[in-house]
Design a protein. Structure first.
Length: 222
């Protein structure tokens, strides 16, 4: 039995009256009313509190645990392992099934085809002797630029030759092979890039790319 039976009875009576009058009640109001009743009954040392929720929040602040930023990466990686089909199956198991989805898709496609035919019939009234396929491909062979002069053609040829010579020079300079980094060096570089991406908020735009790169490296490690 509680050591404050009288206080609890008074508090419960007040609660019934408050609810009957549609007065909103929360834990803070309960605490204030409890302290008020305790003062009236000369209970100056009454140890009121907000209950187990208060102690749980206090414990979470006092003992946050040994968490690191990498734990967030693991959670994010696990989330992107969930496929869209898995989410759809969860909805199907809950009864959210679109039974007429295929029928609606077929009907929609037929309606679009009918609409296209109707539009072509209206156009064909002004264009005699032409088919729909001819109308669709009428602009495929249209010239998109003017004819070049001889001087312009020669200049293009000279520029092309100069570009090929420059490319050959670059390839000759790059004849020496670039040393291939080791797997540990690649993982270290990935960690640096990931830190940069998270620090500048780039991950918010497309977080799945960094996850795919990480999986690629660690799968190669295996």
């Amino acid at each position: 039995m509680s050591n404050y039976n009288e206080l609890e009875r008074v508090l419960f009576t007040w609660y019934e009256q408050a609810r009957a009058s549609n007065i909103p009640v929360d834990e803070n109001i309960f605490r204030e009313k409890t302290l008020e009743i305790a003062v009236i009954n000369d209970m100056d040392i009454f140890p009121t509190s907000n209950g187990w929720i208060y102690f749980l929040k206090f414990a979470m602040v006092q003992y946050p645990g040994n968490y690191t930023a990498k734990d967030i990466h693991f959670v994010l990686s696990a989330w992107y392992e969930v496929t869209s089909s898995a989410i759809q199956n969860c909805f199907v198991k809950c009864g959210y099934v679109r039974k007429n989805h295929e029928e609606c898709s077929t009907e929609g496609q037929e309606n679009n085809d009918d609409k296209a035919d109707e539009e072509w019939l209206r156009v064909a009234e002004d264009v005699s002797g032409e088919k729909l396929s001819d109308y669709i491909s009428i602009d495929q062979n249209v010239a998109t630029c003017s004819t070049q002069s001889i001087e312009e053609i020669c200049d293009d040829a000279k520029n092309k030759n100069n570009g090929e010579e420059a490319e050959d020079t670059v390839l000759a300079d790059e004849a020496e092979p670039t040393p291939v980094p080791s797997l540990s060096e690649a993982i270290t570089a990935f960690e640096i890039v990931r830190t940069f991406i998270y620090a500048h908020g780039i991950i918010e735009k497309d977080p799945k790319n960094i996850i795919n790169l990480k999986n690629l490296l660690f799968n190669f490690k295996k």
